[in-house]
Design a binder for this molecule. Sequence first.
Ligand code: TTP
Length: 373
Amino acid sequence: MLIQYFREICLSLRSSAQETVKKIIHIDADCFYASVEMRENPALHNEAIAVGGPPEKRGVIATCNYEARKFGVRSAMSSAIAKKLCPSLQILAPRIQLYKAYSSQMRDIFYEYTDLIEPLSLDEAYLDVTESATLYGSATFIAREIRERVCEKLGITVSAGVAPVKFLAKIASDWRKPDGLFVIKPEDVDAFVKRLDLRSLPGVGPVTADKLASKGFYTCRDVQEAGVEALISAFGSHSQRLFNMACGIDNRPVDTRHDRKSMSVEKTYASDVVDLNNIYGFLEDLIAELNDRYAKLEGEYRIKKRFVKLKFNDFTTTTVEAGLPTEGEGALDQFRRLAGAAWYRRKRPVRLIGLGFRLGPRTSQQLEFDFKE
Ligand code: TTP
């Protein structure tokens, strides 16, 4: 009786939340960097290969092909361990510009079906094809054709998931990986999510999963049956989002505004940073973190300006920014100068220091490659 009650609540929530049923496709290339390398050099096809840094320089594996995965090699593993697991493993240096060229060819294919594209990384994107008229408006047919065309044109395989909401489309694309297609029809959402392990949901990492398990929540069905109130009282207000997902609800639209205007790192200190000299002492660590994050954008953006933000102990905030110096001055020197200019505006102890870049698009020239037909 109670179960039936919560089921009805979930179903009514879902239908009110999604008046028009959307058709979302999530595309994810299979072992992307490694596939590109195999396409460029077919002799590598039956070999165990990885892309990453060399073991002797404490390198890390970015990805590897399925042959190497049989030996237990995985992304983010140290190359030295990967070599131990698979002594015949060939570790190739990454060629990011080449992967970008493949990525943009893939995206060109997507744009033939819809303008509503949200790239998540070089090899992954959401497509909203709700309004697409191609192939009778069938998301399943569109996903199938995209997979075929990518394979024909680029010589690599992609997996696809089709569902009425984003997070389910993403889960679906993983379901039949590699080289697979999995479709969750609107009428199958309820049965599909009920069986879903909570760890498959975005945002549920090992720590959250353990916390949920300690209260007896393992699957979305467990969460549905407990109801949102029980979840909120056990885990706080963030659980509303989790409850929605457990009911198959995800109202996030496919977000086409993927241009980044800036990026920054900031840190609030346990005790106030008393003066400028002390501020200088924290800059190097923040710059290293900022550079790491910038490197993850993989050259897609160029730095137009640098900025420093300070929050003082009276909670006022100030930001100073400047274009890149023409010559001579390095990043640390410029950040020191900007921090100085910001601090002299109030001359008080500081709670928070932020460093950032204003970004602009990279010119597309570097992305051009000849593709094998
Ligand atoms: P993923 O899509 O996470 O993985 P993948 O395409 O290699 O393999 P799968 O078939 O399992 O989806 O990552 C896409 C690319 O991003 C990957 O080819 C290499 C790069 N990458 C890194 O550089 N470092 C990492 O830790 C991960 C996970 C990926």
